[in-house]
Design a protein around this ligand. Structure first.
Ligand code: CIR
Length: 260
């Protein structure tokens, strides 16, 4: 299984540095509040612990404002980990800072060498394959290299398109369960979702799409009331977490951890 969320036992996070308020954002909006952002991170780590994961929280990196988003710099599977090449130049240096923590847990550590780029936020794991979304951060050369590395770990990759204006593929979608995807309307007809049930985000709640399935629970942003009601109506065990401050720097719930 491709890192089946039901089998996660570990997560790797990084505490936000004060510089996190200067994290990259596409719309040039206001800075988040640091205390609020740190509280959101704390609540997230506490939720992962509560769901039974062993969570390691790495020390903050003030030189890298976005380093709390560990998801983007690596992929982790039971069979090994892959160090990525983040597509934002300002984030390239984060990879070296996570190498030792991954090597401590993964005997097999593969690494992209370029020239292409790939961000972990563009990678969606399904039960039988891995989808790599092309985006402003993940280019064709990066996706092709990553597909080969995934093959070395025994995983089949498919390459998809991220809708224009959506930062990462998983900004626009997330797993509800092994057969069901929550997605923004632009991804409704994504060919790589064939065979799965695609549930669209309710009107005005595109920002809710970045849910995170951990074990048998779906983490969802607390302000997405219609999405929460929809998950409840489907009988999904959901846990609402605050994401207002990290949303200022274009992040959601999947971004703050690596899971395996
Ligand atoms: C960035 O632009 O790289 C960060 N401010 C947000 C990263 C979000 N990560 C994710 O969606 N996986």
């Amino acid at each position: 299984m491709t890192g089946n969320p039901s089998h996660f036992t570990h997560a790797l996070c990084r505490a936000p540095a004060p510089s996190a308020i200067h994290g990259i954002r596409a719309d040039g909006g206001p800075d988040p509040d640091f205390a609020g952002l740190a509280a959101e991170h704390d609540a997230y780590v506490a939720a992962l612990c509560d769901l039974g994961l062993t969570v390691e929280v790495l020390a903050p990196l003030d030189d890298f404002p976005d380093a709390l988003f560990t998801e983007d710099v690596a992929l982790t599977f039971p069979e090994g980990a892959i160090l990525l090449r983040p597509g934002a130049q300002a984030r390239a240096g984060e990879v070296a800072h996570i190498r030792d923590a991954l090597a401590a847990h993964h005997a097999r550590l593969l690494e992209m060498t370029g020239p292409g780029y790939a961000d972990g936020g563009d990678i969606l794991r399904l039960a039988d394959r891995v989808i790599i979304g092309l985006s402003a951060r993940t280019d064709r050369a990066g996706a092709d290299e990553l597909a080969k590395l995934l093959g070395q770990l025994g995983y089949r990759a498919e390459i998809a398109e991220t809708p224009p204006g959506v930062l990462h593929f998983k900004t626009g979608c997330g797993l509800i369960d092994a057969h069901t995807i929550l997605a923004v309307p632009e991804l409704a007809t994504c060919p790589q979702f064939a065979g799965l049930e695609v549930v669209l985000t309710p009107l005005g709640e595109d920002g809710a799409a970045n849910i995170l399935r951990v074990r048998d629970t779906v983490l969802v942003g607390d302000r997405w009331l219609a999405t929460r009601a929809m998950l409840a109506a489907r009988g999904i065990e959901a846990r609402a977490l605050p994401t207002d401050q990290i949303a200022h720097i274009d992040a959601g719930l999947s971004c703050m951890s690596l899971r395996w």
